[in-house]
Each structure stands twice: as structure tokens, then as C-alpha cells.
Design a protein around this ligand. Sequence first.
Ligand code: AMP
Length: 120
Amino acid sequence: MSMEFNYDDNNIFAKILRGGIPCDKVYEDDDVLAFYDINPKADTHVLIIPKAKYVSMEDFSQNADKNEIDTLIRAVHIVAEKIGVHKTGYKIHINVGEGAGQEVPHLHLHILAGEIKESV
Ligand code: AMP
């Protein structure tokens, strides 16, 4: 049986998804939003989030359906191409849970390219 996670509708990415807080958008489709990190830790630092309410990768890995997994993973290339790093290379980083330093309780993939200035 899948585990339940308590999603906080007032987290900052939920507010961005509702349009209550602006973001510097890179890409959007029905399932995914990507935007520049407000406090970049690398020359290029973009966040990719599913629009569905997943607290973390633990939540997503246990509960997402195949379409949600497919669209999030396929968004990685789309975003990498849009920001021009798909050929030069990039890192994908995910903090999973507070113990790993996850600050925003809505799943997000960090896409990092160029010089890394500090750890995410
Ligand atoms: P994490 O520590 O993995 O939860 O990462 C959260 C990331 O969200 C950090 O890199 C923050 O700089 C970033 N962040 C927080 N608020 C915003 C915002 N309003 N717009 C864009 N990025 C944000």
C-alpha cells in the first residue's frame, strides 16, 4: 500500500503554481513547471516541479502514476535544451526530506550547470 504524505498547500511552490507569487519561468506544460531558482547556487540553476501535489521524491516515488513519472523525467531534457545545457552537461540534484536539507515541501529537481558556487 502507498504511503500518505501531508501536503502543505501554503508552501512557496504551491503559491507559485497558483500564480500568487511570480517566477522566472523556463517551461510549462499541463503537468510540469520549471523556473529559475531565486538564489542560484550555480551559473545556471533551474528548478523543475510537478504540478501535482507531491511533498518529496519519497512521496512521488511511492505514489505517482506512470504518466506523472514520464512527464517529469521528459521535462528534464526539454528544460535542459531550453537553457542550452543539454549538450554541455548539467547536474540533477534532489534533496529528499528535511534531513537532507529539503526546505520547500513540494518535490523539485535542481538542474545545475556551469560553475557550482555552493551546495544545494
Ligand atoms: P531545497 O533546499 O532542495 O528545498 O531547495 C529549495 C530551493 O528553492 C532553494 O534553492 C531556493 O533558493 C529556492 N527558492 C525558494 N523560494 C523560491 C522562489 N520564490 N522562487 C524560486 N526559487 C525559490
